[in-house]
Design a protein around this ligand. Structure first.
Ligand SMILES: CC(C)(COP(=O)(O)OP(=O)(O)OC[C@H]1O[C@@H](n2cnc3c(N)ncnc32)[C@H](O)[C@@H]1OP(=O)(O)O)[C@@H](O)C(=O)NCCC(=O)NCCS
Length: 161
């Protein structure tokens, strides 16, 4: 069952705890400096909280009337409980409020859990960048990125004329 969650924007005093959580969720992911730069740049750093603690985060960036999902992660012990699904829905609602027409993201070709999350939320694969990501471990090859996208109002294009 999905735990009780609240969502709120991150503030500077959250960033140390957020960076520690992000490092546990995705060791090759964002650092404290990346989150600090994101807040300074006006990106939407969204936190999912359970009780007092942060259990998930997402970062989205607006570019004119489109948005990019830059990061999303859930505390490793809480993964698979629906938190990522609710967090992604909350992040999409926020970029929709900011008038984004479309949302883009990149994901490692080997990250099947994240791809499931995105596909369930209506994202489709629209391209591939060869050898885009650094290897996750020494001795491994660079990894391709899949480019995924979705309209913020997919019902508009599906509606009969
Ligand atoms: C990707 C991530 C954010 C998903 O969050 P989550 O809370 O675990 O996701 P949910 O519980 O909402 O599940 C989302 C989907 O993934 C599936 N899933 C979750 N954990 C899974 C697992 N261990 N194995 C297989 N599928 C899994 C769920 O069944 C669900 O699929 P569905 O939508 O088809 O039902 C989380 O796994 C994470 O933080 N991963 C590390 C960071 C990362 O990879 N971020 C994405 C970078 S692009």
């Amino acid at each position: 069952m999905t735990p009780a969650l609240t969502f709120r924007s991150a503030c500077p005093s959250d960033l140390e705890a957020l960076a520690q959580l992000a490092h546990r969720a995705e060791p090759t992911g964002w650092t404290l400096r990346n989150f600090q730069d994101a807040l300074k740049s006006g990106y939407d750093v969204l936190l999912a909280c359970s009780g007092e603690g942060i259990v998930g985060y997402s970062v989205t960036m607006m570019v004119v009337d489109e948005a990019e999902l830059l990061e999303i992660g859930v505390e490793p012990e809480r993964q698979g409980q629906g938190i990522g699904t609710r967090l992604l829905a909350a992040a999409l609602a926020r970029v929709t409020e900011r008038a984004a027409q479309r949302v883009h993201l990149e994901v490692r070709a080997g990250n099947v859990v994240a791809q499931k999350l995105y596909a369930s939320a209506g994202f489709t694969v629209v391209g591939r960048r060869k050898a885009y990501y650094r290897p996750l471990a020494a001795g491994q090859e660079r990894e391709d990125a899949l480019l995924m996208t979705r309209l913020t109002h997919p019902e508009i294009v599906r509606a009969p004329l």
